[in-house]
Design a protein around this ligand. Structure first.
Ligand code: ADP
Ligand code: MG
Length: 307
């Protein structure tokens, strides 16, 4: 019997919470159920590792910590990331097992090593959590030493460092489980960041970059990134935007240098795809979660190919 294809499939925040939803528990189940149905068709005949984002959930936890009475300890950001791996991992696991009764689904809490010399550790750039007023922001800076920044959408948000992932500590077990046919949910929220020294660190790793690293570490044949748009566009949001269906990695690098893919949304997906295709000679696919089957097969979305 030929070996089944091994893929890493990254789910965007919209797999658990759609834009505009408040996060009621029934909304989370309904959205995860829809995502699981879409994935069930796509993953029927492949071995797969599923990764996911955690932006809204980590923000929610930070907000909850912060509304505790003063005497109660606040938990660090890295523990909030760990909590979201259990929270989202469980909801996806339960929904996927319902949608695919024959498959075992395993959640692996995952740590990702980042370098203490990474300059990104010293410059917080990534906004997380809720929006605060100027007075609240100043008080949080004083009391907790947070770095706050005014957001273009109004209000102030906490900025945290977003270092590059260099190693996924659990990758060997993840690969093993996936090759045995389990659907493995791993590297949630980009993984819990750990320095080479073993110290956890208050930062968040980009989930698309972590997924690409994981895909390379386990020898995946394909990297698939599912989100809430049909693929990668040049001139996104402008009249005459051009959706890319098939693009050579060299061409995509050129477009990225031209600034078509903003940091924090399409930028990291494009970088994740470039790194995977250059390192492995496989293909990377970016498309919409609703069309998971077609995106995995390469008949919908953007396929990044070597060359
Ligand atoms: P996810 O939660 O899936 O990681 P993101 O919001 O981080 O989702 O990234 C997907 C978003 O990227 C889309 O909803 C879209 O608004 C935005 N985007 C920015 N530039 C582009 C582009 N060039 N092509 C397609 N989408 C883009
Ligand atoms: Mg994102």
């Amino acid at each position: 019997m030929p070996r089944r294809m091994l893929i890493v499939i990254a789910l965007g925040g919209n797999a658990l919470l759609r834009k505009g939803q408040k996060g009621e528990v029934w909304e989370q189940w309904a959205t995860a159920t829809a995502a699981a149905r879409s994935l069930a068709v796509a993953l029927k005949d492949v071995n797969a590792v599923i990764t996911h984002g955690n932006g809204p959930q980590v923000g929610y936890l930070l907000e909850a910590f912060n509304s505790l009475p003063r005497a109660r300890p606040r938990q660090p950001l890295y523990l909030a990331v760990a909590m979201t791996q259990g929270w989202i991992g469980f909801i996806l696991q339960h929904s996927l097992e319902k949608a695919m009764p024959k498959r075992k689904v395993v959640v692996v809490p995952t740590r990702v090593v980042v370098r203490s010399s990474d300059p990104a550790l010293r410059v917080p750039t990534k906004p997380v959590g809720p929006y605060y007023t100027r007075e609240e922001a100043e008080e949080l800076e004083r009391r907790l030493g947070w770095i706050m920044k005014e957001d273009p959408r109004g209000g102030y948000r906490r900025l945290v460092p977003s270092p590059r992932p260099v190693k996924v500590l659990e990758s060997d077990y993840i690969r093993e489980l996936a090759l045995q046919g389990a659907l493995v949910i791993a590297a949630g929220g980009g993984g819990i960041p750990i320095l080479e020294t073993g110290e956890p660190v208050d930062a968040v790793v980009d989930k698309d970059l972590a997924s690409s690293l994981l895909a390379r570490s386990i020898g995946a044949d394909r990297l698939v990134i599912l989100t809430d748009v049909p693929g990668v566009a040049v001139g996104y949001g402008e009249p005459g935007a051009r959706w890319l269906s098939r693009v050579a990695v060299s061409e995509l690098k050129h477009l990225h240098r031209m600034g078509y893919f903003p940091p924090g949304s399409m930028g990291p997906k494009v970088e994740a795809a470039i790194e995977f295709v250059e390192a492995t000679g496989g293909t990377a696919h970016i498309g919409s979660l609703e069309r998971a089957l077609e995106v995995v097969a390469g008949t919908s979305g953007t396929i990044v190919v070597p060359g």
